[in-house]
Write a protein that binds this ligand. Structure first.
Ligand code: GTP
Ligand code: MG
Length: 784
């Protein structure tokens, strides 16, 4: 433990480390290092120095000297030149006036806390989740190229010229520990792959005329990718006798427990390795593992500033009808706080695909998810046929460019046009309804190619890649601030506990305060309980209405979905796939999605959507959200203690505990809200499961009709029970949320009261009020 004898000592200890997502120290009461009385007096910096520092009377240490290299810190706040020098009073004052970076604030707090805790460097990983940005779009539109450009690493991710390229969901984040490129690959278990293989071979053996050609093609591709050319011509039994088969089996068994991890310092070597797991290539067979992969995580060095708190997820354009990956696709969307829709600029307006993909998942993004914004990104802006453009845009023909500069004028003109048209289209789309303001939807026009290739004559800013990088940087910065704010709050709580413990508080007064706070807790919980009861009854009413409407219309809407009067033969295959896939069919490019479960859940969703988004809004305040109730929950009456009262620190400590709890609970609220919303569809799917299975097994002449009849009759028979179960499930989960929140508040705040009481008996004789003030000043610097 360091003896805080002043600034110079601290300087020698100071390590300009980075703040990491994980760097929120946990300060437990047990961590507090008791001091004996003889040493306690020296626990702050020397008094004279302190008074010289601020003219303060209290024991307040100076803010730490600032490392010069922190000027490149992740939050990019400007640093005054004098902040790097030290020694005189004048210079120290300028330290206070200049804004500190979050790194500096963090380090200051860490240094302060070193004096009082054994593990001020201990890291709490669980506190705040990283933000997920989903990058979605049809195959070949430039998602992977865009990601590589944003990270400034050309060819990092495989990109393809022919057909689908990225085959699996690829998660990209920052490597915050060293300068290596790391990949963690999650493979199917041996059992999962055995089942998949069995399904693939059953698709191959289907020789009936209603065979699903898309499924058939996917089965051939997958089998050949893993086992080599013509493996699809063998039977499953023959394949099992193949040496390659045994190799793959053992590969999956050995990787069952741990994910397959790989680390390289050389980017091209790394890219080549990763490609074999995520690239879908038609040019060669065997030796490609993408069919065996569930998901891939890639960690990139030197991008802390962009991705310290953010995960980018490349969501491949084509579905492969694998249920596990399909579920992952949907659950990834549910996790996204922002989605980037990617479309080549020449198709952005006319092509329905980019909109089609998301049209089917507004629920996963809106009420059932946490999406705060959508960026529509038009890619390949460098790719223009000037003559064609001048003609299509009906520009005067003398504007056909003859040189590069004229071409650039056309490119920029098309960019502006595209932005305008896409925004207009968005205003009319279904997606619009999940947002409350227009600025939650932005359009970018980018060229990943021109970003790396200056010969294409676009300035870096005209490629708009820097604009997207800035957006990431800003988000990262604000998340960093939140994290550091939590850290400072936590530290403050610890010091307040110490401070309240070493003041001579009258025992009787303390007992009275405890009784008062316990009483307040009871009353506040009571109020919160009433709030939950009222939203329960609101939702119950909406759901009951939804159940009635669902019962009335479900047979008709089922018929409309599974028995449309068109293209009977083609539809036979679609229906077969729908039954095999638990009620949901999605075409390879996800443009066409038929989801019977979602169709059946529609009325229940529609009836609760308005209330649900008031109770669980994604961004705005509604006056009736759970989050707002938690934010205002407090057992401290605002003016219950006067500032000079010895009880003040005790109350302040409770307040810091309340803030901590609010942060913890907000994550839980979002997670549980998603479960509540999705429970409607899941209940319906479970209720229909045996019917899907039965319908999938129907074969022979007239099987389409028999499948349709079976589905329609079942829906009619079980509708009452099914929709009521779905309703009850929602209410039960809402009640679980209530219990979870009430329980957490009660237990944690009781514990906080107990902790501060027991602290009073500890022998820590040290005035830490100066440190507390310092933490408050640091905290002020973090306010927006
Ligand atoms: N001219 C031009 N071509 C681009 C640009 N971005 C990507 N491409 C090309 O478009 C093709 C597809 O790019 P990818 O990045 O693989 O597309 P993707 O969206 O990841 O495709 P999937 O992985 O199949 O989902 C490749 O040949 C790229 O070289 C661009 O900005 N300009
Ligand atoms: Mg790709």
């Amino acid at each position: 433990m360091s003896t805080p004898t002043g600034e110079s000592d601290l300087t020698s200890e100071f390590l300009p480390g980075h703040v990491t997502a994980e760097s929120t120290a946990v300060f437990c009461p047990t961590d507090i290092i008791p001091r004996d009385k003889s040493r306690s007096a020296i626990s702050g910096p020397p008094k004279e120095e302190m008074e010289a520092f601020h003219g303060m009377k209290k024991n307040t240490p100076p803010l730490l000297p600032v490392p010069s290299q922190s000027s490149s810190s992740s939050d990019g706040l400007s640093i005054h030149a004098t902040m790097t020098s030290q020694g005189t009073k004048r210079k120290r004052e300028s330290i206070i006036e200049s804004p500190l970076t979050t790194d500096m604030i963090m380090e200051n707090v860490r240094q302060i806390m070193k004096r009082f805790t054994k593990n001020s460097d201990q890291i709490d990983k669980g506190n705040r989740k990283k933000a997920t940005i989903g990058i979605s779009g049809t195959s070949g539109e430039g998602k992977s190229s865009l990601l590589s450009a944003i990270l400034g690493k050309k060819d990092l991710l495989p990109s393809g010229c022919f057909g689908a390229c990225t085959a699996v969901v690829t998660q990209v984040e920052a490597n915050l520990t060293d300068s290596n490129y790391i990949t963690e690959i999650e493979l199917f278990s041996k059992e999962e792959w055995d089942k998949e293989l069995k399904d693939l071979f059953s698709v191959l053996s289907d020789e009936s005329e209603d065979r699903d050609d898309e499924l058939y093609e996917i089965a051939v591709e997958k089998i050949n990718a893993v086992y080599g050319n013509d493996a699809d011509e063998k039977t499953l039994e023959e394949l099992k006798n193949d040496a390659k088969f045994a190799k793959i089996e053992s590969f999956l068994s050995t990787n069952k427990e741990k994910s397959n991890s790989f680390s390289k310092s050389d980017v091209s070597e790394f890219a080549k390795y990763v490609a074999s797991y995520i690239q879908h290539s038609e040019s060669s067979s065997g030796g490609w593992y993408w069919p065996l992969v569930k998901s891939v995580k890639i960690k990139i060095p030197d991008c802390r500033e962009l991705l310290e708190h953010i995960v980018l997820v490349d969501i491949p354009g084509s579905g492969d009808c694998n249920k596990i990956r399909d579920d992952l696709w949907k659950s990834k969307l549910r996790e996204c706080s922002s989605v980037w829709i990617i479309s080549a600029i020449n198709r952005a307006i006319t092509d329905s695909a980019p909109w089609g993909i998301l049209k089917h998942c507004t629920e996963e993004l809106g009420p059932g998810g946490e999406c705060k914004s959508i960026n529509f990104i038009c890619t390949k802006t460098d790719d223009i046929d000037p003559e064609n453009y001048v003609r299509c845009a009906q520009l005067p023909t003398d504007q056909i460019p003859e040189d590069k500069d004229q071409k650039k004028v056309n490119i920029l003109d098309r960019n502006e046009n595209a932005k305008m048209k896409v925004k207009k289209k968005f205003k009319k789309s279904k997606l619009k309804k999940i947002f409350s303001t227009d600025d939650q939807f932005q359009v970018f026009t980018v060229s990943s190619k021109a970003f790396f290739d200056p010969s294409l004559n676009l300035e870096s800013c005209e490629t708009e890649i820097p604009k997207l990088q800035d957006e990431l940087r800003t988000l990262n910065k604000s998340m960093n601030r939140e994290l550091v704010r939590d850290y400072v709050n936590e530290a403050k709580g610890t010091l307040l506990l110490i401070q309240s413990g070493q003041l001579d508080v009258d025992k009787k007064m303390m007992e009275m305060k405890v009784v008062e706070l316990e009483e307040n807790l009871k009353m506040s919980l009571n109020e919160l309980g009433k709030y939950f009861d009222s939203i329960y009854s609101d939702l119950e009413q909406c759901l009951s209405k939804g159940v009635d409407e669902s019962e009335k219309s479900c047979v008709a809407s089922t018929k409309k979905l599974i028995a449309p009067n068109k293209d009977g033969r083609g539809f036979h295959k679609t229906l077969g796939a729908l039954c095999k896939n638990d009620g949901c069919y999605s075409s390879k490019n996800r443009n066409t999605v038929l989801d019977l479960n979602k169709t059946l859940a529609k009325h229940l969703h529609e009836c609760i959507d308005e209330d649900f988004s008031k109770i669980f809004p994604v961004t705005e305040t509604t006056g009736m959200s759970v989050q707002e109730q938690i934010n205002k929950f407090s057992i401290i009456q605002s003016d219950s203690a006067n500032p000079s009262s010895p009880m003040q620190h005790f109350e302040d400590f409770i307040k810091t505990e309340e803030t901590k709890l609010t942060t913890l609970l907000s994550g839980d609220i979002v997670d549980m809200k998603k479960l509540i919303y999705s429970s409607i569809q899941i209940t319906i799917q479970n209720k229909m499961a045996s019917c899907y299975e039965e319908a999938a097994a129907v074969t022979g002449t007239g099987s389409m009709k028999r499948r349709q009849d079976l589905l329609i009759t079942t829906v009619d028979e079980i509708k009452h029970d099914m929709f009521n179960k779905a309703k009850m499930k929602v209410l039960k989960k809402l009640n679980n949320l209530k219990l979870h929140i009430m329980d957490a508040l009660e237990k944690k705040l009781k514990k906080a009261i107990e902790r501060s009481q027991s602290q009073t008996s500890k022998i820590i004789r040290e005035d830490v009020s100066g440190y507390i003030e310092q933490l408050e000043r640091l905290s002020d610097q973090l306010s927006d």
